[in-house]
Design a binder for this molecule. Structure first.
Ligand SMILES: [Zn+2]
Length: 56
């Protein structure tokens, strides 16, 4: 029973991915299924801010 190891959905490819041992220390911050997706995401904080409509 590990609540921190629930599968997540990648922000880039929208595919679910499982917890991996390498993410044991930073699973809460993991948003991408792989390093590849992580790099493929455009680093534009201004635009991403407009895209996000999540209420805080
Ligand atoms: Zn991905």
């Amino acid at each position: 029973m590990s609540p921190n190891t629930e599968p997540k959905v990648c922000c880039v490819c929208n595919r679910p991915f499982q917890w991996r041992r390498k993410w044991a220390k930073c699973w809460n911050e993991v948003k991408y299924c792989s390093e590849r997706c992580r790099r493929s995401r455009p680093a534009k904080p201004t635009e991403s801010k407009l895209e996000k409509t999540e209420p805080r």
